[in-house]
Design a protein around this ligand. Structure first.
Ligand SMILES: Nc1ncnc2c1ncn2[C@@H]1O[C@H](COP(=O)(O)OP(=O)(O)OP(=O)(O)O)[C@@H](O)[C@H]1O
Ligand SMILES: [Mg+2]
Length: 297
């Protein structure tokens, strides 16, 4: 049996400020220039794709060029997604136990499970990939840690609930609700499993780093985490590399980067390692993004 074809997703992950959005925008521009209908999508709480494409922001896909679209989904959109999929069901169960309004309940859930929003963002991207409306999807991610932790939450909940059957029987909620609790958690668990398998099979991760102690140290953690969940990492992009050290300032900066560059080149030799130069200007607008694209591809 062949698996259903889904749109390949290229994700950009890494430390804050390393250049994830820049590389994601450049990659999306590249795919679109190859004739692929491409969506660049950001799940960052403070998205910057609109800024970098130098256009108006949009939660619905905004068209940048003939083949290139982008959308930014923040916490608010994720909350809608949760609302649509589970919020009301879970609330129905909860509100039979405690007296709580829906809005208050959603706030409570979001603060109790900080990765909740992220899970529904992953789920949203999975659905987009399965819908096959685009030829390529480029995903500008927020830090992944919370998402990954959350994907295991439903399984944990189920385990705990199964271990405590007496709690249900002592609740004054009747049999129907007891079953629905398990059903709802079961559905959530299935959703998490589908999202996890999508992250494993449908997403190609690119890590963006810079040649500085903190960033290099954090790389180990990022790779260990992606490895633990068996996600595919194909490329390491080292950004902001000083290529023309023609001043005392840049010579010092370059000398400092050299050690970290050596270390990364040898340590991650099994990956495609690409270095991007530090530009004197910020990278904004299609022309500048195109410059990065031609260095990456
Ligand atoms: N090679 C480069 N040379 C000069 N400036 C760069 C380069 N790459 C990125 N920048 C600039 O650095 C800033 C941060 O880049 P970017 O927004 O892509 O990082 P990020 O990893 O997405 O950050 P965040 O974690 O905040 O989302 C931007 O202003 C961008 O224009
Ligand atoms: Mg960013």
């Amino acid at each position: 049996m062949t698996a259903k074809k889904i749109t390949q997703v290229t994700a950009f992950a890494g430390k804050g400020g390393a250049g994830k959005t820049t590389c994601a925008a450049a990659t999306a521009l590249y795919y679109s220039s190859q004739g692929q209908k491409t969506l660049a999508i950001s799940t960052d709480a403070t998205p910057s794709l609109a800024h970098i494409f130098a256009t108006a922001a949009g939660h619905e896909a905004v068209r940048v060029t003939a083949n290139l679209y982008f959308s930014e989904i923040g916490a608010e959109e994720a909350r809608h997604l949760w609302d649509g999929k589970f919020g009301r069901d879970v609330y129905r169960v909860f509100s039979s136990l405690v007296d709580i309004g829906y809005a208050e309940f959603v706030d409570f859930m979001a603060s109790m499970l900080p990765g909740l929003a992220e899970e529904f963002m992953v789920d949203y991207i999975r659905e987009l990939a399965e819908e096959n409306c685009y030829d390529a999807i480029v995903w500008d991610t927020a830090p992944l840690g919370q998402t990954l932790a959350l994907l295991g939450t439903p399984a944990l909940l189920t385990k705990h609930l199964r271990m405590a059957p007496r709690i249900y029987t002592s609740l004054k909620t009747g049999r129907g609700t007891k079953e629905s609790i398990l059903n709802i958690i079961g559905r959530w668990e299935a959703l998490s499993a589908a999202d996890m398998s999508f992250l494993r099979q449908g997403v190609d991760f690119n890590i963006v780093a810079i040649a500085e102690a903190l960033a290099v140290n954090q790389l180990d953690g990022i790779f260990a985490e992606l490895d633990k969940y068996k996600f595919k990492v194909s490329r390491l992009i080292i950004n902001n590399v000083v290529k023309q050290a023609d001043s005392a300032f840049l010579r010092e900066k370059s000398a400092q980067q050299e050690g970290y560059l050596e270390l990364m080149r040898s340590k991650y030799a099994k990956l495609l390692v690409t270095e991007l130069p530090l530009f004197p200007h910020e990278v904004r607008g299609l022309e500048k993004i195109g410059q990065i694209a031609s260095l990456l591809y």
